[in-house]
Each structure stands twice: as C-alpha cells, then as structure tokens.
Design a binder for this molecule. Sequence first.
Ligand SMILES: Cc1cc2nc3c(=O)[nH]c(=O)nc-3n(C[C@H](O)[C@H](O)[C@H](O)COP(=O)(O)OP(=O)(O)OC[C@H]3O[C@@H](n4cnc5c(N)ncnc54)[C@H](O)[C@@H]3O)c2cc1C
Ligand SMILES: NC(=O)c1ccc[n+]([C@@H]2O[C@H](COP(=O)([O-])OP(=O)(O)OC[C@H]3O[C@@H](n4cnc5c(N)ncnc54)[C@H](OP(=O)(O)O)[C@@H]3O)[C@@H](O)[C@H]2O)c1
Length: 284
Amino acid sequence: MTEMTTVTEAAAPAPKLPTLPDAQTVTEVKHWTDRLFSFRCTRPASLRFRSGEFVMIGLMGDPDPKTGKQKPLLRAYSIASPSWDEELEFYSIKVPDGPLTSKLQHIQVGDEIILRPKPVGTLVHDALLPGKRIWFFATGTGFAPFASLLREPQTYEDYDEVIITHTCREVGELQYSHDLIESLKHDELLNELIGEGFWKKIKYYPTTTREESPKMGRITDLMRSGKVFEDLGVPPINPQDDRAMVCGNLAFNLDIKDLLESYGLEEGANSKPAQYVVEKAFLD
Ligand SMILES: Cc1cc2nc3c(=O)[nH]c(=O)nc-3n(C[C@H](O)[C@H](O)[C@H](O)COP(=O)(O)OP(=O)(O)OC[C@H]3O[C@@H](n4cnc5c(N)ncnc54)[C@H](O)[C@@H]3O)c2cc1C
Ligand SMILES: NC(=O)c1ccc[n+]([C@@H]2O[C@H](COP(=O)([O-])OP(=O)(O)OC[C@H]3O[C@@H](n4cnc5c(N)ncnc54)[C@H](OP(=O)(O)O)[C@@H]3O)[C@@H](O)[C@H]2O)c1
C-alpha cells in the first residue's frame, strides 16, 4: 500500500525545465522515407513569422574533446507550418554523415530542440506584386516553405490559381506533399477560414526523375517543351498574370530563374516586390 502511494506521487507530472538555450519540445515525428522525416514542436510565444520564412534550428553539438564544452549546432530550416499555427512544423532530410541531421533524425516526442526565433526569407507574399496565378516550384525538401504557404489564407486571397510543382528522384519522396495537399480538402478550420472548397484553386503537379510514376521528368524540361502548361490547361507563364516562388538546389534555382526571365518575369525581394522570388533549399 505504502509502495503504491509512493509510486503515484513520483508519477505526478513535474514541470519540465528547458535544458537547452531557446529550447522547444518535440510534439510529433513522422518518418516518410529513409531520407526524409517531418516533426512538430512547441512554438515560442514571442515568435511571429510570415508563412514561407526560415529559422535556425538544431541541437547541442558533441562536447569539445579538450574543454568538454558543448556548442549549439544550428542549420537553416524553412518553417513548414503556416504563420497562424500554434505549433511549428519542419520537413527534414536525413544526411547520413550530416553533422546535424545524423542526430536530428533520431528525435522523439518529448525531446528538446534549439530554435532561434529570428525568422527571415524571400519566399513571402510581400515580395511579389499582385497577380492572377502563383506558381510554387519545389524539388526535394524545397517543398517545406510551400507546405506553409499552401496553408496560408493570403495565398488564396491574392490568387485565383495556385500551382505547386514538386520534383523528386523517387515516388516515396512525394508522399509528404501529396498527403499535405490531400489533407487540405478535409481541413475544417481552413475551409471555414478561407472559404469552403478553397483547395479547388490548387493544381498539384508531382514529377519523378529516377523512378517510374504517372508524370516523369524534370519540371524545367516539362516547361521548355510546354507539356506542363498543356497538362494543367493554363497558358504559358507571362509577366501580367503569373507570379512564382522557387525553392530547390542551386542548379535548379538557376535553371528556373533563366526560364522565368525568358518568360519576362523579374526577380523581387522584400524591399522591391516583383514577379518571382527564389530561395535555396540547401547549401552545396
Ligand atoms: C535557407 C535554407 C533553408 C533550408 N531549409 C531546409 C528544410 O526546410 N529542410 C531541410 O531538410 N533542410 C533545409 N536546409 C538545409 C539545412 O540547413 C541543412 O543543410 C540540413 O539540415 C543538413 O544538415 P547537416 O548538418 O546534417 O548536413 P550539412 O553539412 O548541412 O549538409 C551536408 C550535405 O547534405 C546535402 N543536403 C543538405 N541539406 C539537404 C536537403 N535539405 N536536401 C538534400 N540534400 C541536402 C548537401 O549536399 C550538403 O552539402 C535549408 C538550407 C537553407 C540555406
Ligand atoms: N534522392 C535520393 O534518393 C538520394 C539518395 C542518396 C543520396 N542522395 C544525395 O542527396 C543529395 C540531394 O539529393 P535530392 O534528391 O534530395 O536532391 P536533388 O539532387 O536536388 O534532386 C531533387 C530533384 O530535383 C531534380 N533536379 C536537380 N537539379 C535540377 C535542375 N538543375 N533542374 C531541374 N531539376 C533538377 C532532380 O532530378 P535528377 O534526378 O534529374 O537530378 C530530382 O528529381 C545529393 O547529393 C544526392 O546524391 C539522394
């Protein structure tokens, strides 16, 4: 009897004190493939950001062999959740020998991560002039900022059509974007907030390059051939109607930039809104 009382008392939840600087607690982890996972964590009360921005997140690094001191190991991450969400979501690569992600991929619910609450980035609505149609071009984890913007009411207030292209090597790497877009159809809050059936404005165009799928090829090639416009039933990109946001590897970003410029679009920035904006999904 005594023993039982003791156990019950010990099990009473004690307030958890942050042990890391800028600590946030992991609330959900999902593994999508052996290279990709997403997770959610608590959001600092003071953190305000614009959908599409990124922050620095990480873990404490290994102790210095000489001093034993540990330093934070931080990397840039796009916030995949929208600005109104009470939690934060991230979509991450697992680089086998990556200093951060070789550890980060093992986080579990209840663990703490470091989050520096200083959001920045170019993939924001403020950097674009008004238009009719917005194109989101992503490869790999470059989908993350668009996971945020696809859940942002302003996206649907500003545009009649929202086109998201996502190119990956393999089919499994498209699951996160596929499931997220499907979930919008059943999201009661967003359907109420933005308007019933808002998701009908979305045209999702997933392609793979190294594994067979219904739509194969690099999006750049499908743009050059005109196939993507034909498939989606939209006119070729033009500076009057179309706006674009791009997030992928460096070579991809440069290729899309060239294409968008060839259609007559100009690059914008927070300080000088124009017709398209670009951000790196990772540094090479
Ligand atoms: C503005 C910005 C936003 C970013 N947002 C995200 C994000 O939302 N999700 C995310 O997973 N990463 C993102 N990154 C990359 C991220 O900062 C790290 O590079 C990544 O987490 C790997 O960290 P690491 O320490 O394990 O390896 P690192 O030493 O940082 O990288 C090792 C190598 O792995 C490759 N690599 C790194 N990141 C990726 C990636 N995302 N996809 C494919 N290959 C990669 C590169 O070849 C790199 O040289 C972003 C980078 C920038 C600059
Ligand atoms: N994805 C994997 O299964 C895998 C497995 C092991 C290691 N890695 C390593 O991880 C790193 C990143 O791989 P990742 O697949 O995440 O990203 P990635 O190399 O940027 O490729 C993602 C997608 O973007 C396409 N792409 C790349 N450059 C392009 C360009 N200039 N124009 C148009 N499309 C372009 C790729 O097509 P292409 O296929 O035609 O290049 C692929 O479909 C690489 O160093 C890779 O070697 C990847």
